[in-house]
Design a protein around this ligand. Structure first.
Ligand code: GH3
Ligand code: MG
Ligand code: MG
Length: 340
């Protein structure tokens, strides 16, 4: 087979990747080269079965969509079958298009599908190749997810924070391979990202009173409440110890405040087994690509510090505190810290 060396090269570069999203780019690119489809799609459904992520590759152009993903009825019906059977589903849509849907994987909070549109029926070799590539992807997804997750809570760990910031700010993953990507995030230009640093109040007391095992359980339950509360496309990290970082995307500051405040109130209202009531304080700041990453974390930390020293169990916005003269601004200058 003349394609074999090329395919092996592709596999080597695919498996050198250490980021799930880049892995997906590479998977589509490899498939495009070998199967020559009209279109390739990776579609992710959230735990409610709603589309939450779509990566498409059409004529050498990638597009990522997070909002307003509309799936044609014919595909939705086929996906239902694939969800049940976990087997590829194939149908002729019209005289020029054949649709094949592959089940890639089912993770904790999402189910992932590959959708290929081809002008020809896939050959046995094409199907074999696709299955093999999906197998490689699955194994790598497991390894990468493991490395990117915090052991106790399953949330993203601090190591992945830089990658996420790069994705948000530069709207594309860092890659040695200059791919053309368009990220269709939201049609509204006012949309912004807010970073909240959440820290459990008096957590030491919980450990001291009930023991570390109960402390760990609180952390675990807290992260589950967090996952249930925020959206699939929000970013949740366990930054260390009893400190969490939450990045959300909303249309304005008021909506950001509401989201964080609702979460704080939900924790306050929750009865933790044995321990009872647990509260959190959250320091929030607006994210802006012109501000250094270290400055953003420092601002959230300052707002959190203020919340802690003014009664705890509250959400404080850095920008509000600053405007009201309650805290001072410090900036990191280039040279003092690493740039992006
Ligand atoms: P504050 O309201 O000011 O945040 O008070 P605090 O007691 O939460 O803060 P402090 O930083 O003094 O203590 C944090 C405690 O969190 C200390 C440590 O024992 C505990 N901790 C950190 N990581 C873990 C963990 O993984 N498991 C458990 N059980 N405890 C942890
Ligand atoms: Mg604490
Ligand atoms: Mg702490």
């Amino acid at each position: 087979m003349t394609t074999t060396p090329r395919l092996l090269d592709k596999l080597v570069s695919m498996t050198a990747i250490h980021d799930v999203e880049l892995m997906e780019f590479s998977l589509l690119k490899t498939m495009e080269e070998f199967i020559r489809p009209q279109e390739l799609l990776i579609l992710k459904l959230d735990r409610n079965g709603q589309p939450c992520y779509q990566l498409s590759l059409r004529q050498d152009k990638y597009e990522i969509a997070l909002d307003g993903i509309s799936i044609p009825e014919e595909i939705l019906m086929a996906i239902e079958i694939v969800r049940r059977t976990k087997q590829p589903f194939n149908r002729q849509v019209d005289s020029t298009r054949i649709l094949t849907i592959w089940h890639i994987l089912q993770a904790k909070s999402q189910e992932v599908f590959l959708i290929t549109t081809t002008s020809h029926q896939l050959s046995k070799l094409d199907s074999y190749l696709t299955n093999g590539l999906l197998g490689v992807y699955r194994n790598f997804f497991a390894v990468l997810s493991e490395a990117q997750r915090d052991q106790l809570t399953g949330l993203a760990n601090r190591k992945t924070f830089d990658d996420v910031i790069n994705k948000i700010y530069f709207q594309r993953p860092l890659s040695t391979d200059p791919v053309q990507v368009e990220r269709r995030i939201d049609s509204d230009d006012n949309v912004g990202f807010w970073l909240g640093m959440a820290d459990l109040d008096n957590f030491k007391r919980i450990n001291d009173t009930w023991g570390h095992l109960y402390g760990d359980e609180v952390l675990l339950l807290m992260s589950q409440l967090m996952q249930g509360h925020f959206r699939e496309n929000d970013y949740l990290f366990r930054f260390g110890g009893e400190e969490f970082v939450i990045i959300i995307r909303t249309l304005n500051e008021e909506l950001a405040f509401k989201a964080f405040e609702r979460f704080r109130a939900a924790i306050e209202a929750h009865q933790f087994p044995q321990v009872g009531q647990v509260t959190i304080s959250i320091g929030v700041t607006k994210m802006d690509p012109s501000i250094f990453k270290a400055t953003i974390l420092d601002r959230a930390d300052k707002a959190l510090y203020y919340a802690k020293h003014n009664g705890r169990n509250q959400v404080c916005f850095f920008e509000n505190l600053l405007n009201n003269g309650l805290i001072e601004k410090t900036e990191f200058k280039s040279g003092e810290i690493e740039l992006f």
